[in-house]
Ligand binder design. Sequence first.
Ligand code: AMP
Length: 287
Amino acid sequence: MTSVRFEDPELAARWCAKARAAGSLAFVPTMGALHAGHLSLVHAAAAENDQLCVSVFVNPLQFDDPRDLERYPRDFDADAALLAEHGCAMVFTGTLERFFPETEGANTIVLRDPGPGARGLEGDHRPGHLAGVATIVARLFELVQPTRAYFGEKDFQQTLVVRHVAARLGYPEVRVCPTSREPEGLARSSRNALLSEAGRGRAARLSRALFEARVAWQSGVREPGELEAVLLAALLAPGVDVEYAAVRDPERWTAALPAGPLERARALVAARVDGVRLIDNLLLSDP
Ligand code: AMP
């Protein structure tokens, strides 16, 4: 199977308008370097809709670190070929200039308010990142006007921001798909390709810490501070530079540690391994 491919978002928008007229249109926004985690979103989207399109765009607005942006893996041809094999009818990319033709250069793009889900954790450690996400996601939604859009639970605060953007626009229906993991537990990420073999071993601590916190929850621990201590004890090791190890009530997002005892909890971690920034999270309570 081949899929249609556009490097001009305007042409992609025209294709989407036709697809929408014929039935439901699913959309999966990505930054490419596609892996099985992305494909799990693609499969869910293809199964639930008449047509599916995917964007592949490494969005400079959401990078707070220029080095991270520069070394982010990119292979549009390989991504487009893979997507065609997995039920994607159209794939598109673009540039900041093409996505925001009304502006005069990246510095003049007006950033969107990412909403309350951007407070704390990622919001503190990557200033501007979630506003950059909100801005590109809103523009992509306006271009595609999808029936449903698919995101990964792996980027939990991003899902809060995307839901905020969709609520403001009045569309699309947002679907959040479970985190796809390597057999040893490591959350799949395009950035994993940048890890050394030893680094990959150390990176497995992130998911291990989350699952240990879940065991603590299941054994009755409800105080957020105690759950955070479990996370930290499992994470801390030479070569794992922890940025945060936190617990939040996922339905009442707060920038700071919520008061316990908790009725619901999600654990969230961020750490650098081999200089690569990794994030992961896990719902501790029952869904
Ligand atoms: P990215 O290319 O990293 O911007 O990711 C594109 C989409 O795929 C986002 O909605 C991510 O949350 C999602 N995603 C990335 N990694 C995973 C994973 N391991 N499991 C599920 N979804 C993922």
